[in-house]
Design a binder for this molecule. Structure first.
Ligand code: 13P
Ligand code: SF4
Length: 307
């Protein structure tokens, strides 16, 4: 498509001019994911990349909490997001003040926070986690603090899914991902009848009965690895719709079927607003330095855990 090709070459030229790198989440549309992303990945991969990038400018092709995480890890860099309205229902489910109240209620327990949170929540956190490492982080925190329970917030479903895989007790919050909470066990049952041979992969932000009925649960990157390594004949990705579109081209012969949901926040990011973001250096994401310093400890602890 000539219009898209023109935007892609404009963006790639602007990246050089600005010494910028584009960190694109797996839920970006294919033209962003394949056309302009310098690094594509899940939340954990993007956080690691932000920490080691040498570029002066980071463009976060993702949602606001991801841009804040990049700023927390790279305070000297300019971090831009193409649309400031790209939020997340999990990040907006809890505030730093809520976390302080939880800590008062459960003194002495470590606070493990999903990266899908705002900087003020990260500042109240002992260690962050993503869907790729939540069980490992929870077990590390329990051992390090010498306790048998940890606070794991804010995703209620991720907390339940982690609880099913560990003997560590979990104190949860009631946040939900508005995209993944909509999948049901009935969706999976229908797919099993219609496509008996299909392999069903689901994101850990889904309700527990959805994961129980699926063949594999993992972060967005883990789902992509599953499909590229195993090349199932037919696959269902119970997650955001762009995932299947992005991975399709790399695995010819794999038939992607089944339901998916769109994340309206991720879909706010477009080639047009990425171009404008680099052209006009908008919209800068900043985090108050003292808050960033406290949040950095929590994110860096996660990054420093052995793989
Ligand atoms: P991942 O860390 O698996 O990429 O998930 C991020 C996210 O927002 C999923 O909804
Ligand atoms: Fe947040 Fe869910 Fe969108 Fe991910 S998919 S950014 S968790 S609302």
């Amino acid at each position: 498509w000539p219009e898209q090709a023109k935007l892609i070459s404009e963006i790639n030229a602007l990246k050089k001019e600005r010494d910028a790198v584009i960190l694109a989440h797996n839920y970006m549309t294919p033209e962003i994911f394949h056309g302009v992303g310098d690094y594509v990945g899940d939340s954990l991969g993007l956080a690691k990349e932000a920490a080691k990038s040498k570029a002066k400018v980071i463009v976060q092709a993702g949602v606001h909490f991801m841009a804040e995480t990049s700023k927390i890890l790279s305070p000297e860099k300019t971090v831009l997001i193409p649309d400031l309205r790209a939020g997340c229902s999990l990040a907006s489910s809890i505030t730093g003040a809520d976390v302080r109240l939880i800590k008062q209620r459960y003194p002495g327990l470590p606070v493990v926070t999903y990266v899908n949170t705002t900087a003020d929540v990260k500042a109240e956190t002992d260690i962050c986690c993503t869907s790729a490492n939540a069980v490992q982080v929870v077990e590390w925190a329990a051992k390090e603090w010498g306790v048998d329970k940890v606070i794991l917030i804010p995703d209620e479903f991720l907390a339940r899914n982690v609880a099913a895989q560990t003997s560590v007790g979990i104190i949860a919050w009631k946040g939900r991902c508005e995209v993944h909470e909509r999948f049901t066990a009935a969706d999976i049952a229908e797919m099993r009848v219609a496509y008996p041979g299909a392999e069903i992969l689901a994101h850990p932000e889904c309700p527990e009965e959805v994961l129980a009925a699926s063949d594999f649960a993992g972060s967005t990157a883990a789902m992509i690895d599953y499909v590229t390594d195993r090349k199932p004949k037919q696959v269902v990705m119970i997650t955001e719709c762009s995932m299947a579109s992005n991975v399709k081209g790399d695995v010819p012969g794999v038939d992607f079927i089944g339901p998916c949901n769109l994340c309206p926040h991720m879909k706010r990011i477009t080639l047009e607003n990425i171009r404008d973001c680099l052209k006009y250096m908008q919209f800068e994401v900043t985090v108050e330095p003292e808050m960033a310093e406290r949040g950095r400890l929590a994110v860096q602890r996660m990054i420093d855990l052995p793989p």
